[in-house]
Design a protein. Structure first.
Length: 272
């Protein structure tokens, strides 16, 4: 009995090591250096905390529709501008969630959308500025399973509103003086990730998503997006820009099956 008693602490210690090693190894693994190489060709990354912020809930209520806001922190006196923002969800199957190209004259300063998050991990926002340098900020999100979560709509419902677009415009307190506008584009599309399973057939639903979106005021570009499987069902993009006096706001989207969706709205009377 005494021998067994003496061995208990040793067994407990060994068990602790056995269980601790995989967890600590998982926690120690950082995919970011590899993503810098794969997505950005190992270009140097500068601290972006004074350039761009990335805002997401620390613990997501629904991993399939996690809100994210990207906001410029450049001061009006800064001669540089943000050319593009790449959103990277480190542990997602396809980590590059979206790349946004910002038109030179549109002065886009804020972009919000909704994304799928598959694992607890960092999410990075990389801004490329007009000085040709990359600046990175990050945040940590607790969410899992977002890429394989079942679709919110059935296949028939998704097909019926495929490509339908709506545009909304919001009042902005600085608008009279600076012509700043805040708009929102919503596109009906299942944005299937390729990791979701049909609950009837038990087969995986093929990836099918919006991969290009271009927004303009009349013929002047405002914002474009290269999207991936991490953008949530029914893509939703909210953004600020500076009006050039255009009368029409236009959107063109393409998906991975080659469909092209177009619409335009009266700037003063936005809607369906």
């Amino acid at each position: 009995m005494m021998g067994c008693t003496r061995r208990l602490p040793l067994i407990a210690a060994l068990l602790g090591i056995a269980f601790a090693v995989p967890v600590s190894a998982e926690q120690a693994y950082d995919p970011w250096p590899g993503l810098v190489q794969d997505i950005f060709s190992n270009r140097p990354m500068n601290d972006g905390n004074s350039v761009i912020t990335i805002e997401m809930p620390y613990r997501a209520e629904d991993a399939a529709i996690v809100p994210v806001t990207l906001r410029s922190k450049l001061s009006p006196a800064d001669s540089r501008r943000i050319r593009s923002i790449t959103l990277v969800i480190d542990r997602n199957p396809a980590p590059m969630a979206a790349k946004f190209e910002l038109a030179a004259d549109a002065n886009v300063s804020e972009i919000s959308t909704r994304v799928r998050v598959n694992n607890y991990r960092d999410v990075h926002a990389v801004a490329e500025l007009s000085d040709c340098q990359l600046y990175v900020s990050k945040t940590y999100v607790k969410a899992s399973g977002g890429c394989s979560a079942p679709a919110g709509k059935n296949a028939e419902g998704a097909t019926n509103h495929l490509g339908q677009m709506r545009y909304r415009q919001f009042a902005h307190e600085d608008a009279p003086a600076s012509r700043i506008r805040e708009g929102q584009i919503m596109i009906g599309h299942p944005n299937n990730s390729g990791l979701q399973m049909d609950q009837v057939t038990q087969l995986y639903i093929p990836a099918f998503f919006i991969n290009q979106l271009k927004l303009s005021q009349d013929d002047s570009p405002v914002l474009s997006m290269e999207g991936g499987i991490s953008i949530s069902e029914d893509p939703n993009l909210r953004f600020t820009y500076v009006s050039n006096g255009a009368k029409r706001f236009r959107a063109e989207a393409k998906d991975t099956d080659g469909h092209v969706f177009r619409n335009e709205w009266d700037v003063e009377k936005p809607g369906t």
